[in-house]
Design a protein around this ligand. Structure first.
Ligand SMILES: Cc1ncc(C[n+]2csc(CCOP(=O)(O)OP(=O)(O)O)c2C)c(N)n1
Ligand SMILES: [Mg+2]
Length: 337
């Protein structure tokens, strides 16, 4: 069966449309992502999920801003910090939880785990584990769109740790030479595993590397979901209208350690506290109240509603059976001999 034969996932499409069109829904999705990641950590602490997991607390505005800017027909090639991106782009809570728990009702049937959320109906293509891989793959996707004359834009999301990997340079160079419709979204959360960005890379801003490839670039120094949407939207529009690739750097901050086992003790004192004052949920909540789009009471109600959906989705996810043993051989391609 080809990917194009899959039935569209109407729930994922509706969840995506909500964040594209409704400001309060963008707020709700960020609250949902924060709460969902806390729940995923609970699954691990309780021994219900195993392996490691990477959370993106503090980075919700990038995920939801991206979901609001891109069309569901665009393809989005992501790195390993996946839960927020998956939920923002349209995955349901149950499918994200169940994938983390290794259950059949997970996004890819429970065989992928935390890294491998996929939802083709809304263009979400899973992480490939080796840092930077997705930059080249997105250029390939964009090249296909160019050859086929489709409207699709490919977006590669990656971290500050990927900019010193060879494939970053190869992908930017090729994208520019072929003028393909791709946006490189560099999510600078200040750390790659345990190393601060300024100990790895001698230039600032990182996005200025695009100049070596005669490529437009921008820096979104914000924790504001609407600014992310607008800044990325400009790059996506340029790509869609034949203007070629752009490198967009979204400056953000990772509240927790790299993965579950990292307490982030290497962080300078007060750094986290300073970023927490510009927390994306707080910033957006203040904006909604200041512009009369919501009251404090409505925002509090959103949090209560999200909390109850988290519990219901966790129960549904835990009720799913584990994959059959044979699932490891499904969807595996081998040439005829
Ligand atoms: C080629 C390669 N080198 C090292 C690793 C191990 N590794 C996994 S995540 C990570 C850090 C990546 O940092 P960044 O790109 O900033 O993303 P973030 O974790 O901050 O989201 C590293 C070094 C890997 N997966 N692939
Ligand atoms: Mg990083």
């Amino acid at each position: 069966m080809a990917i194009t034969d899959l039935e569209p996932n109407q729930e994922a499409l509706a969840r995506r449309e909500a964040v594209r069109t409704n400001g309060l829904e963008r707020y709700r999705r960020m609250v949902e992502i924060r709460a969902a990641e806390a729940k995923i950590r609970e699954f691990h602490s309780a021994g219900q999920a195993w392996g490691t997991t990477h959370c993106a607390d503090g980075q919700e505005a990038v995920a939801v801003g991206l979901a609001a800017a891109a069309k569901p027909t665009d393809s989005i090639w992501i790195a390993h910090r996946v839960h927020g991106l998956g939920l923002a782009l349209g995955c349901s809570l149950e499918s994200v939880f169940a994938e983390n728990l290794g259950r059949q009702n997970g996004s890819v049937g429970g065989i992928g785990g935390s890294f491998h959320l996929t939802e083709i109906s809304v263009g979400l293509i899973h992480s490939f584990t080796i840092i930077g891989t997705q930059l080249a793959q997105a250029v390939g996707g964009a090249y296909a769109a160019q050859v086929q004359g489709s409207e699709m834009v490919a977006i590669a999301q990656f971290g500050d740790g990927a900019v010193n990997i060879g494939v970053f340079h190869e992908a930017l160079n090729l994208a520019k030479i072929w003028n393909v419709p791709v946006v490189f979204l560099l999510e600078n959360n200040h750390y790659a595993e345990f190393t601060r960005v300024d100990r790895m890379t001698p230039i600032e801003p990182l996005a200025s590397r695009a100049e070596a490839y005669d490529m437009p670039w921008s820096v979104l120094d914000v924790q504001d979901v609407n600014d992310v949407r607008d800044g990325l939207g400009e790059a996506i529009d340029r790509a869609r209208s034949g203007g070629g690739p752009t490198l967009v750097e979204a400056i953000t901050y990772r509240y927790l350690g790299h993965s579950r086992s990292d307490p982030a003790a290497y962080r300078p004192a007060q750094e986290l506290e300073a970023w927490a004052e510009r927390d994306p949920i707080l910033v957006n909540g203040r904006h909604l109240v200041a512009t009369g789009m919501a009251t404090e009471g409505e925002l509090a109600r959103v949090t209560e509603e999200v909390d109850s959906t988290i519990e219901a989705a966790a129960e549904a996810a835990l009720a799913g059976p584990p994959p059959e043993l044979g699932a490891m051989f499904a969807n595996v391609w081998a040439p005829d001999r």
